[in-house]
Structures are given as C-alpha cells and as structure tokens.
Design a protein around this ligand. Structure first.
Ligand SMILES: [Zn+2]
Ligand SMILES: [Zn+2]
Length: 341
C-alpha cells in the first residue's frame, strides 16, 4: 500500500509499505479521505516533537473497516466509520477525574498515519472514540470530527449565551469552526478578526456577523465600538501566537470569558494585567485536546449536518500530491484540503 512518510523537515515521500494486519483487538481502516491540518504543515516544515522521523502522519481521517481483529465485536468489514485518533486509558489519575484530555498515556496509542491507504486503529479508540459514519456524510466531512472535537471541548469550558457578543481571532479552520459552533449554539453576533480578505469572506459565509479587518493588536477600538464600550462577552483566540494571547485578554468585557485555543511554542511566556483577572473578573481558559463527551457532542453535531462544513474544504487531491498541497497551505492558500489515497 502507499503511505506518505515524513523523513525530516521538508522531506516528504510516498512509500510502498506492507498493508497492516490487525492484532486481535484492533481493526485496519481503509482511509476514505484525510484532511490537512495546521499541525501537519508545522510537522512538515519544522518537525514535530512527538512524531520523530521517519514517521507517518495525518490525524484527521475517516474510512471503511478493511479487516477486523479476532476479538473485536460490533464492527464488520465494510462498515463506514469516523473517529478521532486518540482515546484515554480510563484508569489513570486524570481519567478517573474525568480529565481524560490529560490522560498520561493519551499519545501512546495515537493512530497517526491517515495519509496512507490503510492504517491500524487501536482497541482504545475502538472502545471510546469511533462511531458509525452516516451515509449522508462524506468521508471528508466525517474527517472533521477531530478538529471539531477540540473546538467543542473548548466551548464546553465556558458558558455560552445566545445574546453574547463573541469575537473570534483568526479565520483559519479552527476559527471558522468556532464561528460555526457558536452559531449552532444560537449566538448571532460572532465577529471575526481576520487580516486575510479571502478568509474573511469565508468567515462571512460560515455565519460571522461582522469582520474586523485588522491585526488583533489594532482591533480593540473596533471591539469596543460593537459592544457599547464594554468589550466582548466571549473572546476566542485561534492563532497560537503569544502576542495574540495577550491581546485576547484585553478584548473581553469585565466578567467576560476568554478561550486561548491555539497552543504556543513550548517555553513561551505570556503576560496579562492582573487587574483584568482580579478586579475585572475576566475568566481565561486554555483548552487542550478533548474528552470523550466532547467527541460525542462533535459527532452528533456533524451527523445533524447543519454546519456549513463544505466551506472549510478547499479542494480534493490524490494522496501523492500532499507535498504540493502543504506548500499551498504554507502560502496561505485555502483552509483544508481533502487527500484521497
Ligand atoms: Zn488537526
Ligand atoms: Zn488515562
């Protein structure tokens, strides 16, 4: 079978590898579609601390069960499924406290390798985070389960009211997914801070109430203007830049909430005025990954098929063209691409 293998920064090749066989408690998935993600681009350009080369990658995918291990129940060859590539152990300190996103062995059984014809899905994922794909969803849309689970998990950390004025910083895939989910939760006034005019257009198409066409640093005036001088009820940072984290905290109203969504490089520090947190009671959360209840909620949202997900998918390519597609993303072209093995 064909698989894309990352040999080092900038070195991505298509290799012919043996098709995997499932162990007793596993399945082998035939990938129907895999989606590109900002994390993949980072791994391609600079490497990824948790994915030492040579490595297969691709973590947003859906497909068809191609082979079933001897002890697997409830799944058959030919079943169309959607999943997230990790699952918690269920028994460690964090899992027992329902903080499964911090499970100490979360990354040990990461089903990485969606950029291939086949890959093995471990028992843990089968037990917790794999679902039947409804026929009406395409494999590409079903593959949005992973990023959508992250977004849903983040929004579960805050209180969302329909009359909130929300400000989403960044109009990449994650920012756009936040707009969609906030709209689905009944929030009408979702503003998006976006510099890239093409992405701003997409933000409008997926339901943004207004666009603030500037850098986050310059947006404070505009946010005050649309919130009667108070600041936003909810601010969602989706850029993974320290200076935007710092800015996001300044855009919330007293008593407002801030989601710092984008993970910044290891070792970085951010600074906030203490008065914002104390006297002005701004609440900050910074969600990482997801828990099984968030995955299930994301699954139900996708199955309802009411989110304008098609707007996120910028084109469909055969798997072997992945290097070229990643270069497009690097140039800021498109949001997510669909790779078909
Ligand atoms: Zn991703
Ligand atoms: Zn655990």
């Amino acid at each position: 079978m064909r698989a894309m293998v990352l040999l080092g920064p900038g070195q991505l090749v298509c290799q012919e590898l043996p098709r995997p066989d499932p162990r007793d408690e596993e399945i082998v998935l035939k990938v129907g579609a895999a989606l590109t993600c900002g994390t993949d681009l980072k791994a391609f350009l600079r490497g990824h601390p948790k994915w030492p080369p040579p490595t297969r990658f691709g973590h947003e995918y859906a497909g068809t069960v191609a082979a079933v291990g001897a002890t697997v129940t409830g799944l058959r060859e030919g079943d169309e499924v959607m999943l997230v590539p990790t699952a918690p152990c269920g028994s460690c300190f964090y899992c027992q406290r329902h903080q499964e996103n911090l499970c100490t062995s979360l990354m040990d059984t990461y089903a990485l390798g969606g950029y291939a014809e086949y890959l093995t899905i471990p028992a843990r994922v089968l037990r917790t985070n794999l679902f039947a794909k409804p026929r009406h969803l395409s494999f590409a849309v079903a593959a949005l389960l992973e990023p959508l689970s992250c977004v849903v998990f983040g929004l579960r950390q805050v209180t969302v009211r329909p009359d909130d004025i929300a400000v989403v910083i960044g109009a990449g895939a994650i920012g756009l997914l936040h707009v969609m989910v906030l709209r689905a939760l009944g929030v009408e006034r979702v503003y998006v801070i976006a510099r890239n005019s093409q992405r701003a257009g997409t933000a409008r198409q997926v339901g943004a109430f207004g666009i603030i066409p500037s850098a986050a640093e310059e947006a404070q005036e505009a946010v005050l203007q649309v919130t009667a001088g108070r600041g936003a009820d909810l601010v969602v940072e989706c850029t993974a830049q320290v200076r935007v984290w710092e800015q996001a905290v300044l855009l919330a109203r007293p008593g407002g909430q801030v989601i710092l969504f984008g993970g910044c490089p290891p070792g970085t520090l951010a600074a906030f005025p203490t008065a914002r947190l104390h006297y002005e009671q701004v609440r900050i959360v910074s969600p990482f990954h997801f828990t099984p209840p968030a995955v299930r909620q994301a699954y139900e949202l996708l199955c309802a098929d009411t989110l304008p997900t098609a707007q996120l998918l910028s084109g469909t390519y055969p798997l072997v063209r992945l290097p070229e597609v990643l270069q497009r993303l690097q140039r800021g072209e498109g949001i997510k691409y669909v790779m078909i093995p």
